[in-house]
Design a protein around this ligand. Structure first.
Ligand code: BGC
Length: 737
């Protein structure tokens, strides 16, 4: 049955109130009753909405997910929920939906409300053998106690309205023309971990609480007090030196929830249609004393099984790994967002590709990324450009082309997913869009095989975003055409490999030729014969080496330059979003494992461990988000929950612990630990498509020992420094050296 068939006879309904671009409106409750003259065991409910809804049957939620039906590119796609219900007994039943603004009607990024639609709408059909109940003009609508709701601004709930018999009207039939309707088969956002808040500061009637963990989510509170008194909850990631909330980095996001008490004994409340990025929460009572009986932080993110873990003998590195995990938890909510706190929260393509390999190890992200790659294709323009975020909501007046290292997510992420899970459909499903994208680059962005060529592209992308070498800007100093051409070469190389896998030999040849032309062009334009990149930043060297764009003769000079740059006043990392994911691997591959460990274990600014030594529980957007001498970075862009620099997780897993796929999906597992630094032991484990794989190594008085597990159906290769690789069958084994 097609989706329109599943919803046949149902009509879109709406309320006759809407709010304005700058003022929210009460979330409407749409409701109906229906009567069954016998028990029904085959009832199926199909529904969708413009907005996000909680649907209940006889007062019980029908789903346990939140923010349903989620976020898609509404110009192209709206998902439809379908659920088989438990037996309905004979008698009268009430079906209700309370619909919040969500991404369609509420604020998205820094834009006013109502970008997608002026008001929420609802469509549903409940059917069973011999009967149905569909949305139509017999449904009723009333304002709910949720006086205002917004994903970014917060929620205002007046519990006094729950028992007031507010004005009930007839729902209005809507002339809304939906985009294509698709059944929702993706993982949904759910309530995940909870954190009890502990009080850490009191200033007047404002009390500040700490969850101990920076999360994306919201508070569940239990309160007692006078009818009409309100508790105001404000959320922040950090506190100021005086203990008050640091709110400046939220920019336009109010991130404030208000609950007005009904006065009926103990009252428990959690907002329905909002979330915040926060670790600290302040509670302020107005209009009467309120007893705060409990405050619990509820983390929200898309359901993805946790599959991978890492541990080692260095407590700060373990905390770094924890922070990487929470960078993912806080940002994998419907789309891989840059951050969950400020008025942004967009599925930035650059950030996503940088972190994807680590993400695919930590959690089973197949469903999550299948959905988001669909968003990305939906947001790709017909003539080929891939945007810098998906769903593309058109914010910030950005170009259609996301630019180097951002738009390339369309090619890189399916490749990473194929490596992690061995599933060719990631390549097959996206290949046509990739071709359209590369054709666009060739046509509009490339001159003489140089991408982002200043004579062809007046923008060139985001550079090495937030690299510390940027003289006063966010782009870093690495030339944009160097970054562009490096990723263009990488795209062509991966396209050739994908075309081979998809059995497209002609295409493969085309991409191989392109790769070789671009590689040559790169060597001539950006590298001296001795291998010195122009504008030699750490990232220029890293890209040239990591994507193998240097000739054999150029390699030693390029490596020397990279090491010189890192050692200068350091050793210090100077890369931004683009160079950071590869820098340690490049050092390892080119004979500088010691320097890789020096960077990894460094605690002074700038380094991965610097935030950890200052209490971070997530990955910061900037190396200098906060600095002991300078305080907070500019609030215009200072998130404390941005996963990009967490891309180092991949190297920790692959080279510190020593676990990586040697063949897609870990059919052959490469156990290649490269012990170093101060580490006495390390290990990683992963539920691969074949089962559990693990490695744990430790230094002993006499040498080195390692425990390994190879799942059934897979094989392993144990590859230790200065030893011949050893083939391993499935099963567990222990080796002493
Ligand atoms: C976001 C990023 C993003 C960048 C693009 C920022 O505002 O937070 O993480 O990739 O813009 O340059």
């Amino acid at each position: 049955m097609t989706v329109p068939d599943l919803l046949q006879n149902a009509r879109w309904i709406e309320a006759d109130w809407a709010g304005s671009p700058h003022a929210g409106a009460p979330a409407p409750v749409f409701s109906t009753t229906f009567t069954l003259d016998h028990d029904v065991s085959d009832a199926v409910l199909t529904w969708t909405c413009l907005g996000i809804a909680e649907v209940t049957l006889d007062g019980h939620p029908v789903h346990d997910g939140v923010f349903l039906p989620g976020w898609t590119d509404l110009r192209k796609r709206l998902r439809v929920m379908r659920i088989e219900l438990d037996t309905l007994s004979a008698g009268t039943h009430t079906l209700e939906a309370i619909v919040g603004d969500g991404w369609a009607v509420g604020h998205v990024a820094n834009q006013p409300r109502q970008q997608g639609a002026d008001r929420v709408r609802f469509l549903a059909r409940l059917c069973w053998a011999g009967g149905e109940c569909v949305t139509d003009d017999t449904w009723r609508v009333r304002p709910s106690p949720i006086v205002q709701n917004d994903l970014i601004m917060g929620e205002i709930h007046d519990a006094r309205l729950a028992d007031a018999s507010g004005p009930v009207r007839t729902a209005v039939l809507s002339n809304f023309q939906p985009p294509d309707l698709h059944l929702h088969t993706d993982p949904v956002v759910r309530r995940q971990e909870t954190f009890e808040a502990t009080e850490c500061e009191q200033a007047g009637n404002q009390r500040v609480f700490d969850l101990g963990q920076n999360i994306a989510g919201r508070m569940r509170i239990k309160v007692r007090g006078l009818r009409g008194a309100s508790v105001i909850l404000r959320h922040a990631e950090m506190v100021n030196p005086d203990g008050s909330l640091y709110l400046e980095n939220l920019r336009g996001a109010k991130a404030t929830d208000v609950y007005t008490l009904s006065g009926n004994g103990d009252e428990e409340w959690e907002p329905s249609f909002t979330f915040h990025g926060f670790r600290y929460v302040s509670a302020e009572s107005i209009g009467g004393d309120i007893e705060l009986l409990s405050l619990t932080g509820v983390a929200l993110y898309t359901d993805m099984a946790r599959i991978g873990d890492f541990t080692c003998s260095h407590p700060l590195l373990n905390q770094l790994f924890h922070n990487i995990v929470w960078g993912q938890n806080g940002n994998f909510l419907e789309a891989p967002t840059d951050c969950p706190q400020r008025d942004e929260r967009l599925g930035w393509t650059g950030d996503a590709q940088v972190f994807a390999p680590t993400a695919a190890f930590l959690r089973d992200v197949r469903g999550f990324f299948t959905k988001w790659l669909t968003d990305l294709r939906d947001s790709q323009r017909e003539n080929g450009p891939v945007p810098c975020f998906a769903p593309d909501i058109g914010a910030f007046g950005l170009k259609a082309d996301g630019g180097p290292a951002w738009a390339d997510a369309l090619i890189l992420i399916p490749w990473y997913l194929y490596q992690a899970y061995g599933d060719l459909s990631f390549l097959a499903d996206n290949y046509e869009a990739m071709v359209r994208y590369l054709d666009y680059l060739n046509r509009e962005k490339v001159l003489d095989h140089i991408r982002a060529h200043p004579e062809k592209d007046d923008w060139g992308g985001f550079g090495d975003w937030l690299a510390l070498d940027g003289s006063g800007n966010s782009f870093g100093n690495t030339p944009k055409d160097l970054i562009g051409t490096a990723f263009y070469a990488r795209d062509a190389e991966l396209m050739a490999a994908m075309a081979d896998l998809l059995d497209k030999p002609k295409d493969a040849e085309r991409w191989r030729n392109l790769h070789s032309d671009v590689r040559n062009a790169f060597q001539h334009r950006f590298l001296s014969p001795e291998g010195l990149p122009i504008g030699a930043t750490q990232t220029s060297c890293v890209l040239a080496l990591n994507f193998n764009l240097v000739s054999d003769a150029q390699r030693p000079g390029c490596v020397r330059e990279l090491v010189r740059r890192i050692r200068k006043d350091g050793p210090k990392i100077g890369t931004g979003f683009v160079g950071t994911p590869y820098i340690l691997q490049v050092l390892e591959d080119n004979g500088h494992l010691d320097l890789a460990y020096e960077l990894l274990e460094r605690e002074d600014f700038p380094s991965w461990l610097f935030p950890v030594t200052h209490g971070a529980t997530t990955i910061w957007e900037r190396w200098d988000g906060w600095h002991p001498g300078r305080g907070f970075q500019s609030p215009g862009m200072n998130s404390f929950n941005h996963y990009a620099y967490g891309a180092v997780g991949e190297w920790m897993i692959r080279s510190v612990a020593g676990l990586a796929p040697a063949e897609p999906g870990y059919r052959v597992i490469h156990f290649k630990p490269r012990p170093g630094g101060t580490l006495a032991e390390a290990g990683a484990e992963l539920t691969t498509p074949y089962g559990r794989a693990s490695i744990h190594w430790r230094k002993t008085d006499s040498g080195f020992e390692v425990d390994l597990q190879v799942p059934e159906g897979a094989t392993g290769v144990l590859d230790l420094p200065d030893r011949d690789p050893e083939q391993l069958p499935s099963g567990s084994c222990h080796r002493l050296f």
